[in-house]
Design a protein around this ligand. Structure first.
Ligand SMILES: C[S@@+](CC[C@H](N)C(=O)[O-])C[C@H]1O[C@@H](n2cnc3c(N)ncnc32)[C@H](O)[C@@H]1O
Length: 196
């Protein structure tokens, strides 16, 4: 099931809202990061810059064939052979990735989903002990030029609570400002494979 209000505007408009390299610098993405996954890759706005940074495989998952094709084409044009696109419904089927197999998961502009806890549980399952989860979302501010309706738009403290309920803990510095329109948070999965 496609998550509510997760359709994309024109790509040129979407790209104007972000500086992925700055966002990844603030969210601690470094070349030594291994396997990485983006839940809902869209146009590959973040998948492609991430694949330029890390050496590991970057799994780009989306339910929309058009988004998968757009991301795969960008990877090919950029000569990136570490991007693997997966056409799948992660709400209904999960990601299909192995338990504990991923070093860095990205939940970007997606936690306004009907069941954010389900996405966070799936991220927890596939992340290795000590691996990281990065979350970004639109500021809780009705004046942003896009973003989910305010009735379903998560506040940062809700994202934190959901992630902690799933078993993650928040890393310093906590809430990260990603101007002009976003905030971010970086979480860690505990060492143990079991939930704390
Ligand atoms: C708002 S867009 C965000 C795209 C990207 N993360 C970004 O920030 O640029 C959400 C994406 O998630 C995808 N999506 C929504 N529900 C999904 C599901 N159940 N399984 C896989 N992808 C899904 C949509 O097709 C869309 O491309």
């Amino acid at each position: 099931m496609k998550t509510r209000e997760s359709g994309m505007p024109e790509e040129e408009m979407w790209a104007e809202f972000f500086n992925p390299e700055t966002i990844f610098a603030k969210l601690g993405l470094t070349p030594d990061t291994g396997g990485l996954v983006e839940f809902g890759c869209g146009y590959g706005t973040f998948t492609i810059p991430a694949a330029r940074i890390v050496v590991g495989t970057v799994y780009a998952i989306d339910i929309e064939a058009d988004m998968i094709v757009a991301t795969a084409n960008k990877a090919q044009q950029a000569g990136l052979d570490n991007v693997q696109t997966l056409l799948c419904d992660f709400v209904k089927e999960g990601t299909g990735l192995d338990d504990g197999s991923i070093d860095y998961a990205m939940l970007f502009n997606i936690l306004h989903a009907e069941s954010p806890g389900g996405l966070l549980d799936e991220a927890y399952r596939i992340l290795a002990p000590n691996a990281r989860l990065a979350v970004i979302h639109w500021n809780y501010d009705a004046s942003t030029p896009r973003g989910p309706s305010m009735g379903i738009r998560p506040r940062p403290e809700q994202c934190r609570e959901w992630a902690e309920t799933a078993g993650f803990y928040l890393l310093a510095p906590g809430l990260i400002d990603l101007p002009p329109y976003h905030y971010g948070m970086l979480f860690k999965r505990p060492m143990t494979m079991e939930r704390l």
